[in-house]
Structure formats: C-alpha cells, structure tokens
Design a protein. Structure first.
Length: 134
C-alpha cells in the first residue's frame, strides 16, 4: 500500500477528510496495479477515476475558498492545476505506449499527495473552521 490514512492528514473538516481518504484509496489502487504488473488498460481506467475524483474534490475545496475568501486561494488552485496537468501528461504518455510511466506516475502522485495533504491543505484549516466548517 502506497499511503495509509492517519489522523495527521486530517484537515478537521469531515467532508474533505472523507474525500482525501477516497483519493488515497485511488492512489493505492494505482500502486497495486503497478506492482502487480497489470496491463496499461487497467491503469487508464484508474487514471480516469482519479481525474474524475480530483475534479470533484477540487471543486469542493475551491468552492469553500471562494465562499470564505481564503487568503491562499490562488496559490492552492495553482497546485490543483499542477496535478491536473501532470495527470494529463501522464495519460498522454500511456496512450503513446511508454511502459515506465506507471512507476513515474506513482512517484509523482505519492509526493504530490503527501505534500498537498500535510502542507498545503493544513493552511486552510483555521479559515474553514472559523467559518463553521468542521
């Protein structure tokens, strides 16, 4: 398993913590596929799931950013865009048949997610909680 949820990842907002847990679950599916040497078609399905879920999750967070006038909103939205762009690039490489992409993708996602959960998302806890979001 690539990443396990623990309370240190919590942003003290139940809705977002649940979304983060799902995000970690999708990442762990990719991890399993990579190390089971499952074909690229299966990896593409999971990538599609990741893209759809990331979009839903980012809309949730960004909606709260706008609603609460979160001061780091633009910086955070750029991080979301970075992930969407990178996943798109990885998907194109998969389509082109580049075989090493799965390990490269996994490394990127693990690093991005851990940094995002433990550094970027922690920044909005106070703002969200002050606006009654728990």
């Amino acid at each position: 398993m690539a990443i396990q949820w623990n309370e240190s990842h919590s942003v003290n907002v139940k809705e977002i913590d649940e979304q983060h847990k799902t995000f970690i679950g999708i990442l762990n599916k990719i991890y399993d596929l990579v190390y089971q040497r499952i074909d690229q078609a299966e990896l593409k399905k999971i990538l599609d799931e990741l893209v759809a879920y990331a979009e839903k999750h980012f809309q949730t967070e960004e909606g709260y950013f706008d609603k609460f006038n979160y001061e780091h909103s633009e910086e955070h939205k750029k991080e979301h865009l970075k992930l969407k762009t990178q996943i798109g690039d990885f998907y194109k490489k998969l389509e082109a048949g580049e075989v090493e992409i799965s390990v490269e993708l996994l490394d990127f996602l693990e690093n991005w997610l851990v940094d995002h959960l433990d550094i970027q998302d922690k920044k909005y806890i106070k703002c969200f909680n002050e606006h009654g979001l728990f």
